[in-house]
Design a protein around this ligand. Structure first.
Ligand SMILES: [Zn+2]
Length: 129
């Protein structure tokens, strides 16, 4: 990978990190919000659960983004953590914080090897974005 490409992904990762950090701060405010109205209790409980699930997901994503930035810093960015092959630029463009090449990601999705939690969900998020 050239320094120009590396800088591009680094910028993308830093932007994502800033966005997630800001989002997580706002979400914490929403998650602790309370209403005295008993009728809304059930709905509120559902919303709170959803907010917490999103929070989990975004925390995972933020951890992966930080991990990718660490790999940018130590020079190992863009290499699959499972098979040591270069990850295709097209995949890095779509999911710059990915740890795996597409082949290994598909294997991970089928639980063919051990991964940290959150890898699959991050890809879903990236496709939805
Ligand atoms: Zn791989």
């Amino acid at each position: 990978m050239t320094q120009t490409e590396l800088n591009k992904y680094k910028a993308m990762l830093e932007a994502k990190q800033a966005e997630l950090s800001a989002g997580l701060r706002n979400r914490e405010d929403i998650a602790i919000e309370k209403t005295p109205d008993a009728i809304d209790e059930v709905q509120l409980a559902g919303e709170r659960e959803l907010a917490i699930r999103n929070l989990d997901r975004e925390s995972n994503l933020l951890r992966n983004v930080k991990g990718a930035l660490a790999r940018v810093a130590d020079g190992s960015y863009g290499v699959c953590l499972h098979c040591d092959e270069d990850i295709k630029p097209k995949r890095l463009d779509a999911v710059p914080w990915t740890k795996y090449c597409i082949t290994c990601q598909e294997a991970a999705d089928r639980h063919e090897f051990e991964t940290e939690s959150g890898d699959t969900v991050d890809d879903l998020l990236a496709h939805a974005a």
